[in-house]
Design a protein around this ligand. Structure first.
Ligand code: HEM
Ligand SMILES: [Cu+2]
Length: 548
């Protein structure tokens, strides 16, 4: 399917898997649970994050089943609140935030810069244990009967009224937050100090730039949400008055603190995805990413401006007109670096010799869906329109276009792109293409109707809606049908990727003929990543002219 570059592989012999590599270098459970190898830690995350994704997905299906009919006939209102909260908490804190950085970032950051490991391998392992501890708190909450505040823990409901397990959930998110802070710290120190000779800042792959920017947000933002959640816990348990007016607190203060982290957090979710897309677009257009420097700086720009826009979640609170207009303006501003990326990926495709392999299908899907998510974000940043669609399904559709159409598609694209490197095996390309198409169709059928529903006024977080509104039911049924299709599309990769890991054909070091240090070592890589430390002499994405 791909022309094999003769300088990479001896074309007379089929690709082989090295006899000793990171997967089989040592054996036994202890060699995995106490590993300091970033690649093995990435796999530990892969198993646990995938499990949480499955759990979050089951809750999503329950939400959609309930809404397939107008009456609240499947779940009680109380259970419904717990189900959508569980879906939101699991998806945000245990899937979207760790997925790309903790799995793909962990595996690839050292490989892409020519390092042997991350700067602090023990802290890296500790991060996984923190993530698991936070996850166990979350599982305990589910077993004990759940939590009903929504993943945003809005006060004073969460501190004064809710009878559910707010404290334990908040502690779970708190502990998992430290895993994120440590990962960010590890990436920043690694990128600063462990680059191979010749890997200058202007030769860094864009995946690395995006992880650098993400790490800054992780380190600067996550402590704020950690403190905020602690304040909720203290107010609930000790009745300290931070947020509850009865105790002399201010509920809007909670929203400021929460969104000061949680808006930048959406960039923790999507920036690493943008890094993945840059790698895939370059490899499958056989061209350097157009405007490399602009794309790299756009990551930093997004990280920076992302901290200035939290107030767009609060247009309907008592915000002053001046504050609202400022936040609206800054929200429009943050669209610019995102738009730069979309334009530059598109310009990279232009006149490239574009190959439509499965990772590229995901990347193209990402570009389209993220654009829709981003543009509808501008609708929400326009104050007048936000007043109309605030807390409706329009918002649900918007953030799913960004988080599922964006982050999840980038994650799947990246997983397919680097699967041969991670496992040393090739998966079935026809199956991969089929499921990419199913995901795309199912996704749009699920979430596009929700824009219309929201515009028509259907509020989010309700477990029933008026039966007289026939069009509401039609749109909800379409959305629920789409969710089933999407579920199939998301389940298939689990099967053929796992199958490939055991039974696939050997991939060879560089099955896509891509450029980048990670493709210059064996698949799977040895424990130390490279037999000899690579020396970098060329810019990123140096696709030789004869391949155009
Ligand atoms: C990667 C996949 C997904 C992620 C990250 C995700 C994330 C989220 C988040 C954060 C919320 C907000 C919950 C809240 O505000 O309380 C939410 C709500 C919702 N999600 Fe998902 N979701 C995903 C997939 C799905 C799927 C596949 C479906 C459909 C089957 C779905 C259906 C819903 C619905 C209907 C709500 C609205 C609950 C409400 O009324 O507030 N989600 N999702
Ligand atoms: Cu925001």
């Amino acid at each position: 399917m791909h022309e094999v570059r003769t300088n990479e592989l001896d074309s007379s012999s089929a690709p082989t898997t090295p006899a000793v590599h990171y997967l089989n270098a040592t054996h036994g459970a202890a060699s995995w649970f106490f590993t300091k190898d970033h690649k093995r830690i990435a796999l530990l995350y892969l198993y646990s994050v995938s499990t949480f994704f499955l759990v979050g997905g089951i809750f999503a299906m329950l939400v959609r089943l309930e809404l397939a009919t107008p009456r609240g006939d499947l779940l009680s209102a109380e259970t419904y609140n717990k189900v959508f909260t569980a879906h939101g908490v699991v998806m945000v804190f245990f899937f979207l935030i760790p997925a790309i950085p903790a799995i793909l970032g962990n595996f690839l950051v050292p490989l892409m810069i020519g390092a042997k490991d991350l700067a602090f391998p023990r802290i890296n392992l500790a991060s996984w244990y923190l993530y698991m501890t936070g996850g166990l708190f979350g599982v305990a909450v589910l077993v004990m009967g759940g939590v009903d505040t929504g993943w945003t823990f809005y006060t004073p409901y969460s501190t004064a009224a809710s009878n559910s397990h707010v404290v334990l959930t908040a502690l779970g998110a708190f502990v998992a937050g430290f895993s994120s802070i440590f990962t960010g710290l590890n990436f920043i120190v690694t990128i600063h100090t462990m680059r191979a000779p010749g890997m200058t800042w202007d030769r860094l792959p864009l995946f690395i730039w995006s992880h650098y920017a993400t790490s800054l947000i992780m380190m600067l933002g996550t402590p704020v949400v950690a403190v905020t959640l602690m304040m909720v816990v203290l107010e609930r348990t000790l009745r300290l008055g931070f947020f509850n007016p009865d105790l002399g607190g201010d509920p809007v203060l909670f929203q400021h603190l929460f969104w000061f982290y949680s808006h930048p957090a959406v960039y923790i979710m999507v920036l690493p995805g943008m890094g993945v897309i840059s790698e895939i677009v370059a490899a499958f257009s056989r061209k350097p990413v157009f405007g490399y420097k602009m794309v790299a700086m756009a990551s930093l720009g997004i990280a920076l401006i992302g901290f200035l826009v939290w107030g767009h979640h609060m247009f309907t609170t008592s915000q002053s007109v001046l504050a609202a207009v400022t936040f609206s303006f800054l929200s429009f501003l943050v669209a610019i670096p995102s738009a730069i990326k979309v334009f530059n990926w598109t310009a990279t495709l232009y006149r490239g010799s574009v190959l439509l392999d499965s990772p590229m299908l995901y990347a193209i899907g990402f570009i389209g869906l993220f654009t829709i998510g981003g543009l509808t974000g501008l609708f929400l940043a326009a104050i007048g329109l936000d007043i109309h669609v605030h807390d409706t399904y329009f918002v649900v559709a918007h953030f799913h276009y960004v988080m599922v159409g964006g982050t999840l598609l980038a994650y799947l694209g990246g997983l397919h792109y680097w699967w041969p490197k991670i496992t040393g095996k090739l998966y079935s390309e026809p199956w991969a293409k089929t499921s990419a198409v199913i995901v795309f169709v199912g996704f749009n059928l699920t979430f596009f109707p929700q824009f219309v529903l929201g515009y028509m006024g259907m509020p989010r977080r309700y477990h029933a809606y008026p039966a007289e509104e026939l069009s509401w039911q039609v749109l909800n049924v379409l959305s629920s049908a789409g969710a089933s299709i999407l579920a199939i599309g998301l389940f298939l990769p689990l099967i053929y990727l796992t199958y490939a890991a055991f039974r696939g054909r050997p991939a060879g070091p560089n099955p896509w003929g891509a450029y980048g240090l990670e493709w210059e070592t064996t698949s799977p890589p040895p424990t130390a990543n490279f037999e000899v430390t690579p020396i970098v002499t060329k810019p990123a994405y140096y696709y030789a002219p004869e391949e155009h």
